[in-house]
Design a protein. Structure first.
Length: 288
């Protein structure tokens, strides 16, 4: 059972209703809403120290209770003092694993600030989850300029998934990586806050209550995506059927950072849709 202890508060941060039901202190932001807004400063190229309490009048950069933010960070980044892993890339922008994937998205965004505002001004937690799952702009940024292959988008979705499970009384050790399949033209199985990736043929979930093929994540949060993916009893595509699925499965068995791996799934599937006959988008960052 979670102990309910929250992390240290950021100076000037908005109060967060840790139960998320709106019955906390007056003006408190529901905790599930705060989870999706807690790293807006990263989408603006700012550090924690420079994080503003509001963005265009919307409370942002709040603290996330129950250690969900810290635990999600450990799923994608190592403990301890960060070190620059790509010296030539000192930027908040994410480095892609697929050639051209980042530039393509960036070229379609005329105003990042407007796009971020349209995303974070949503006040309903489930609607926020749906918007983040489909969002492009957060994928332009990394969790940290020290680890540029990580994804701010998927860090945020992982924070929300962990927090929702923790609020339900589960410990980290109770959690599973689960996958679900759906047919062409069918809607994916989406569980509010616990679905972290949707694609045209499958979805990925982080939950303590799996109803589909699943693998237990582990006792403590660490960069272990590749290990967990390899433990799935079945993967949501036919690796024997086409080369593209063998490439995707092989990469997911190598990428240890959770936000990097989830972003890779999104990017790979988008590239696959653009190159369906060849079924093999260009692959880089083979052992990230």
């Amino acid at each position: 059972m979670r102990d309910g202890q929250a992390g240290a508060s950021r100076p000037g941060s908005t109060a967060v209703d840790r139960d998320g039901d709106g019955d906390g202190a007056a003006g408190a932001v529901p905790s599930m809403v705060a989870a999706y807004r807690h790293d807006v400063h990263k989408l603006r190229g700012r550090t924690h120290a420079d994080a503003a309490a509001e963005f265009r009048g919307v409370p942002v950069n709040e603290n996330v209770p129950l250690h969900a933010d810290a635990d999600a960070a450990l799923l994608s980044r190592p403990r301890g003092k960060p070190e620059q892993t790509v010296p030539a890339h000192d930027s908040p922008r994410r480095l892609p694993l697929l050639d051209g994937e980042l530039d393509c998205v960036a070229g379609e965004v005329e105003d990042v600030g407007d796009a971020v505002y349209d995303l974070v001004r949503i006040g309903d937690a489930e609607a926020l989850h749906a918007a983040w799952v489909d969002a492009d702009v957060p994928a332009l940024f990394s969790e940290s300029r020290y680890y540029p292959f990580t994804s701010a988008k998927y860090h945020t979705l992982l924070v929300a998934a962990l927090l929702d499970n923790y609020r339900a009384g589960h410990d980290f050790a109770d959690l599973f990586l689960a996958v679900s399949e759906h047919g062409p033209g069918s809607d994916p199985k989406v569980v509010p806050h616990r679905t972290v990736v949707t694609t045209p043929s499958f979805a990925v979930h982080v939950t303590a209550e799996p109803e589909r093929p699943a693998a237990r994540i582990g006792d403590v949060p660490t960069r272990c995506f590749a290990d967990v993916w390899a433990r799935l009893p079945t993967v949501p595509f036919d690796v024997d059927g086409k080369r593209c699925w063998r490439v995707l499965d092989a990469q997911l068995r190598r990428v240890r950072s959770w936000s990097t791996a989830l972003q890779y799934v999104e990017a790979f599937m988008a590239a696959l849709a653009d190159d369906a006959p060849g079924c093999g988008p260009p692959v880089a960052g083979w052992s990230v």
